[in-house]
Design a binder for this molecule. Structure first.
Ligand SMILES: Nc1nc2c(ncn2[C@@H]2O[C@H](COP(=O)(O)OP(=O)(O)OP(=O)(O)O)[C@@H](O)[C@H]2O)c(=O)[nH]1
Length: 406
C-alpha cells in the first residue's frame, strides 16, 4: 500500500506484483460468431408488441408470431454479446461477454418457454443451456421489469433522484428527476431506453483502486492483494430507475502506461467518464487531467458526464482528508466534474456513487430519446415543414447538452 509518500508518475509495476489474468475483451472473447438460427414459431407474451407495428395493442398470450420469423440471434461484436430479435428489433440488447451475462441471458423473449426447442432457444448456439433452463424453469426470467435475467437487486432500484456528494462540485443540484422524464417513466413511454446500456469508462493511474471500486459495487467484494489489470475488463450492472429497467456497462481500464494504447481503444462511446485517484497520493490527482483529456479525445464534446473520484477514503481522516478533498473539489470544478470520495474497502459511498451515475445517465438517455422523437414529428406537408407541438424550453426542461455534461 502506498500509505506514505506519493508514488512517482505512473511507475512501472514492481516485478513481484502479480498481474490479473485479464485480457482485453477483443482478445479474450474472440470467437466465431454464433450461427444464425433458423426461423421459429414464436409464442408471444401478453406484454409483447406485435411483429411490425409496435404501437398497436399487444397480442393475446400464446398466440403464434404472425411473421413466424422469430430469431433471437447472438453475435460477438468487439467482444460483446449482442442479442438481436427480429420479431422485436427494438429489443436489441448488448448483454456482455462474461459467463454471468451469458448465463443470465434468456433466449428470445417472444418464446421463452421454448428453450428446449432447438429451433429457438438456448439449445442452439447457447453457451450454457442447462443454466438457462434452470433459471427459466424457476420462473425468475419473467419478471415484468427484467425480462433478461434474475430480478434487479433491491439496492439497484432507484425511485428518487440520488443526491450529490458535495454541492461544491456536483453536476446537478436538483433533487428530482426531470419533469418530462418522470412523466415518460410513469406512462412507460421511454422508447427503447429501458432496454439499453450506458457505457461508463473508469480511468486513472495504476494502483488507485479502479478495479476494487468496481468489484465492491458489482460483486460486493474487496481484495487486499493487488493484481494489475491488463488491458480492459467490464461488468454489466442492471438497475430499475423510476420503474424502468436500465443497465450500466462499466469498463475497468488498466492504469499501467504499457496498456494505455489497448485501454484507450475502449474509451469511445462513453456516456460517463470516471477519473479515479488515490486520496493518499496527490500525484494521482494531478494525473487525472491527462486521463480525462485522453478519454475525452475519443468522445464527442459535450456528450459525457465526468466524475472525479477519490478512492481509499478509509486511509484518511480528519484534516488530511479535508485537505485532500478540498484540492480535489477545486480540480473537479476546473474539469467540470462531479466529485466523490469513496472506499472500496469499507464500501463507504460506493453504492450512492454508482446510483448517482446511473440516474444521471438514465435521465440523459430518456431526454435524448424524447428529443429524437420530437424531431421525428417534423412532417412535410405540401412542401411545408409542420412542427408538431413541443413544450417550450424552460430552465427545467433544457435539453441534454445543458444537463451538466462535459
Ligand atoms: N485501504 C484501501 N485499499 C484499497 C482501496 N481500494 C483499493 N485498495 C487497494 O489498492 C490496491 C490497488 O487496487 P486496484 O483496484 O487493483 O487498483 P487499480 O487502479 O485497478 O490498478 P490497475 O489495474 O493497475 O490500474 C489493492 O491492493 C487494493 O486492495 C480502498 O478503498 N481502501
Amino acid at each position: 500500500m502506498n500509505s506514505g509518500s506519493p508514488r512517482a508518475a505512473v511507475p512501472p509495476p514492481p516485478p513481484h506484483l502479480p498481474q490479473r489474468a485479464q485480457f482485453p475483451n477483443s482478445l479474450r472473447t474472440q470467437r466465431a460468431p454464433v450461427a444464425r438460427r433458423p426461423s421459429c414459431q414464436a409464442t408471444l407474451e401478453a406484454s409483447a408488441a406485435p411483429h411490425s407495428d409496435h404501437s398497436a395493442p399487444p397480442r393475446r398470450p400464446e398466440q403464434p408470431c404472425a411473421g413466424a420469423s422469430c430469431k433471437w440471434e447472438q453475435e460477438y461484436v468487439t467482444g460483446l454479446l449482442t442479442l438481436d430479435c427480429q420479431c422485436r428489433p427494438d429489443l436489441a440488447l448488448n448483454v456482455g461477454h462474461s459467463s454471468d451475462a451469458i448465463r443470465q441471458t434468456p433466449a428470445c423473449p417472444e418464446c421463452p418457454r421454448r428453450h428446449g426447442d432447438r429451433r429457438c432457444g438456448p439449445g442452439l448456439g447457447r453457451a450454457e443451456p442447462s443454466a438457462f433452463a434452470a433459471a427459466t424453469d424457476s420462473g425468475r426470467m419473467r419478471s415484468s421489469l427484467t425480462p433478461w435475467g434474475s430480478p434487479v437487486s433491491r439496492d439497484h432500484i432507484i425511485s428518487s433522484f440520488p443526491k450529490w456528494y458535495t454541492p461544491d462540485a456536483c453536476l446537478q443540484l436538483k433533487e428530482n428527476f426531470h419533469r418530462q422524464v418522470s412523466a415518460a417513466c410513469q406512462l412507460r413511454n421511454t422508447g427503447t431506453v429501458g432496454l439499453k446500456l450506458s457505457k461508463v469508462v473508469v480511468v486513472g493511474d495504476l494502483y488507485v483502486g479502479k478495479t476494487s471500486l468496481i468489484h465492491r459495487f458489482c460483486k460486493n467484494v474487496f481484495d487486499r492483494d493487488y493484481k494489475a489489470t491488463i488491458g480492459v475488463d467490464f461488468e454489466i450492472e442492471r438497475f430499475e430507475i423510476a420503474g424502468i429497467p436500465y443497465s450500466l456497462q462499466i469498463w475497468d481500464t488498466a492504469g499501467q502506461e504499457k496498456f494505455k494504447c489497448i485501454a484507450s481503444a475502449y474509451y469511445r462511446g462513453a456516456q460517463v467518464i470516471i477519473t479515479a485517484f488515490d486520496l493518499t497520493d496527490v500525484q494521482t490527482l494531478e494525473h487525472t487531467r491527462q486521463w480525462l483529456e485522453d478519454a475525452l479525445r475519443e468522445n464527442e464534446a459535450g456528450s459525457c458526464f465526468i466524475f472525479l473520484v477519490g478512492t481509499k477514503k478509509d486511509l484518511l481522516s480528519g484534516a488530511a482528508c479535508e485537505q485532500a478533498e478540498a484540492e480535489a473539489v477545486h480540480l473537479a470544478n476546473e474539469m467540470q466534474a462531479e466529485y466523490w470520495s469513496v472506499s472500496a474497502k469499507t464500501g463507504e459511498n460506493v453504492k450512492a456513487f454508482f446510483s448517482r451515475v446511473a440516474a444521471l445517465a438514465f435521465e440523459q438517455s430518456i431526454l435524448q430519446d424524447l428529443e429524437r422523437r420530437n424531431s421525428a414529428r417534423l412532417q412535410v406537408g405540401d412542401g411545408n415543414l409542420i412542427r408538431m407541438a413541443s413544450p417550450p424550453e424552460t430552465q427545467e426542461n433544457k435539453m441534454p447538452s445543458s444537463l451538466g455534461c462535459c
